[in-house]
Design a protein around this ligand. Structure first.
Ligand code: URA
Length: 240
């Protein structure tokens, strides 16, 4: 793989910023300082930045995508709608989306080829927080918050307790942060409909320890080594 890609995948810096590190002569491969951006790293070669060994996080690929509204979370859509695959065309690995977000919902979604991590992130028994910022119609009263937190009945099943933090109340809308562990179809939207406050905008801002942060809408990046370590920790998986 190309050296700038290697550094980016290792979480050192973006590909562009990695190119600057290379041209500045700060990177070595098997002890040779390299400044040629076309240099390839072969398996087994040792890459160092400022003398420190740089290792790839894993042989799996883990992508964080900020899904815009209007995209379907699938790799191909029989109806020909825009999908998340359109947004990650330049990713070579065969990654698949982890869990779902509705078409109008925005925000953080993981794509990976690591089936174990994918399973654990989505399975409620691992209790990985999924945190959403909600703009809901009307003023959410404390009574509504209590109902949402206790769990509401959807299709004859009660949702697990949620955490709801009201961020602001306007005259005809409320902003709130909602934390759940499950991923039922349209779960947050249906929970809010159930208490009479339809969702106008829904953005997933966190999955376990992974924050959406300032990743621009429609953009993706590799998970950093530190992020993968904390995610594996939260999932009860060991060193990688
Ligand atoms: N809850 C929803 O209603 N929609 C999503 O996309 C995710 C959670």
């Amino acid at each position: 793989m190309r050296i700038n890609r290697y550094l980016a995948r290792a979480g050192v810096a973006s590909r562009r910023a990695s190119e600057r590190l290379i041209t500045a002569g700060r990177v070595t491969v098997d002890g040779r300082t390299i400044t040629d951006l076309g240099t390839r790293v072969e398996p087994g070669e040792v890459v160092r930045l400022d003398g420190e060994i740089v290792t790839l996080p894993s042989s799996f690929t883990y992508i964080l995508l900020n899904k815009p509204a209007g995209y379907v979370v699938t790799l191909s859509d029989p109806q020909g709608r825009r999908t998340v695959a359109d947004l990650i065309k330049d990713v070579e690995a065969h990654v698949v989306p982890v869990g779902r977000l509705d078409v109008p919902t925005e925000g953080l979604i993981i794509l990976t080829d690591d089936g174990d991590v994918a399973h654990r992130v989505t399975h409620p028994s691992f209790e990985i927080d999924k945190v959403y910022e909600v703009l809901a119609g009307g003023v959410l009263e404390e009574e509504d918050v209590r109902k949402l937190e206790e769990g509401v009945e959807l299709d004859g099943r009660k949702t697990s307790p949620a955490r709801v933090r009201v961020l602001s109340r306007e005259r005809s809308s409320t902003r709130a942060e909602v934390t759940i562990h499950e991923g039922w179809k349209r779960q947050v939207r249906r929970m809010f409909e159930e208490v009479g406050h339809p969702v106008r905008k829904l953005v997933r801002v966190r999955i376990g320890p992974l924050e959406l942060g300032s990743l621009p809408s429609g953009s993706w990046r590799h998970m950093t080594y530190a992020e993968l370590t904390s995610l594996r920790d939260a999932l009860g998986l060991g060193e990688h």
